[in-house]
Design a protein around this ligand. Sequence first.
Ligand SMILES: [Zn+2]
Length: 122
Amino acid sequence: MTSPNDEPVLNTAEAHTIEHLAATYLRNDPQWKERVVYFGPMGCRTGFYLILEGDLESKDIVGLMKDLFTFMAGFEGEVPGASPKDCGNYLDMNLPMAKFVSKRFLDNVLTDIDESRLIYPQ
Ligand SMILES: [Zn+2]
């Protein structure tokens, strides 16, 4: 979600918020929920890992990524799981920044993504 070693990384509060929002979305997506193994932040805070069951290529999940980031960019209301019962650090959330960086990634990367950005590393 951020360009490694040349732009600021995600702060922990927005990364944490994205983790909660994405986990909620991915657990409920009718097409993908049964294949979601893991979603969580990279320690370097430049982005996230998503592990899905099956033999998939990046291009196979572009639709899922667009739907996920559209959901997060437009999310309103209480962050799911942001309570002492569900989370060990529930006050460390930043929904406005989570929405901002989700929209930025959607607009700058996902919306018009082409083959050149679907191979890692480039
Ligand atoms: Zn949490």
